[in-house]
Design a protein around this ligand. Structure first.
Ligand code: PHE
Length: 373
């Protein structure tokens, strides 16, 4: 009897852990929850959580609850890589939802690829990200398209011919997007009168802006992240530059206006969605997001939500929980009704969708136009 009891006691915790494992599907996520682009990670994470909470409330996937393991990459490439390794080896996640920044996806995705674990980036737009391998997907458009959206806007809507570029050379996304804009703007007959650089973390941009001013551009393309862009807008204004600033999705943060204040007002950037949309998928999402978090979702929140829903749908269709079958189902994603548009993943595992141009309007983001690929 005593022996039986002892062996039962030994076996019980094992049994318990087995049943727990059998009842949940663990999905990993790493994101910048702190650091200089923290709003990216915090927003994306809120979108992911909203999606998984909804799915769990409706019964989960394959009758199991989704358990989300989130790690903070602190905005650092090496932390993104370390987090991905931990999620896969220690937490045994079936898939990883990657962070926002392209540079961090480029550091983390090769680990998931090597281990055969599907990796879905909500928002990394640099073309190289999905080139890492066949387990790497994204639910957003890519920068050659995003760059051309703003080049077209500068040329056709703002009707400007001479543009200066101010790029963050420490940021893969910024460099790639600057190149994409440059190529397209020149093709349209425009001239790049200056192409100067800064590094993430810089706080004084006066030397670069003075150099730009001496070339008399009619606009400046600044494809960086919001913290530096806000400061650049202020200093451009201080130097008397009144020409429009233009940028990409990296501007999309509540902090942009907090940092740039009046100086950022009236400037333009390309983005993934607009809160002004009347599409029921969008209005419904905004309503649910506001109810849960008491704030308006930015593009990152919308993309995190879409990434989580697309991954969950692929797992639901998958014959088992192996990396291979989840990957194969992800690759079949077609016409998924996302908040950021109808999402089809192409042969390069990228989403092809339209972009919007937004004008900064105080803390609000004013919708200007939609550009389709
Ligand atoms: N596209 C950016 C990158 O690849 C990340 C980003 C997406 C930032 C959407 C803001 C909004 O680095």
């Amino acid at each position: 009897m005593k022996r039986l009891l002892v062996s039962l006691l030994l076996v019980l915790p094992l049994l318990a852990s087995c049943t727990k494992k059998d009842n949940v599907i663990t999905i990993g996520e790493y994101d910048s929850l702190s650091g200089s682009d923290a709003t990216f990670g915090l927003s994306s994470n809120k979108g992911v959580r909203l999606a998984f909470d909804e799915i769990n409330d409706a019964g989960g996937i394959k009758g199991k609850k989704i358990e989300l393991k989130t790690m903070d990459d602190q905005g650092k490439n090496e932390e993104a890589a370390a987090a991905t390794t931990r999620l896969i080896s220690q937490n045994k996640v079936v898939a990883v939802i990657g962070g926002v920044a392209s540079g961090r996806s480029k550091a983390a995705a090769p680990i998931a690829q090597a281990k055969g674990v599907p990796f879905v980036s909500p928002a990394s737009t640099n073309p190289d990200v999905t080139k890492i391998g066949d387990y790497v997907f994204r639910v957003c458009f890519i920068d050659p398209f995003q760059g051309s959206v703003m080049a077209k806007f500068a040329n056709e809507t703002l009707k400007i011919k001479k543009v200066a570029i101010l790029r963050d050379v420490k940021n893969d996304y910024s460099v790639g997007l600057a190149d994409a804009f440059l190529a397209d703007f020149k093709k349209r007959g425009g001239e790049i009168v200056a192409d100067v650089s800064y590094q993430a973390g810089d706080i004084d941009f006066k030397a670069q802006l003075t150099q730009i001013r001496s070339k008399n551009p009619e606009g400046i393309y600044v494809p960086g992240y919001y913290t530096e862009v806000g400061l650049i807008a202020q200093q451009a204004r201080q130097l008397g530059l009144k020409i429009p600033l233009m940028g990409g999705d990296g501007w999309d943060s509540d902090k942009l206006h907090e940092i740039g204040k009046d100086a950022i007002n009236g400037n333009y950037y390309s983005n993934h969605y607009t809160v002004e949309s009347t599409d029921p998928a969008v209005t419904e999402f905004i309503k649910k997001f506001k109810a849960k978090y008491n704030e308006t979702p930015d593009a990152l929140a919308a993309l995190g939500y879409d990434a989580a829903k697309i991954l969950a749908a692929a797992i639901e269709r998958s014959v088992d929980l192996s990396g291979k079958s989840i990957r194969d189902e992800l690759a079949k994603t077609k016409d998924f009704p996302g908040v950021t548009g109808k999402i089809t993943l192409n042969e390069n595992r990228d989403a092809v969708k339209s972009a919007v141009v937004i004008q900064v309007d105080g803390p609000n983001r004013k919708y200007i136009t939609t550009v389709t690929p």
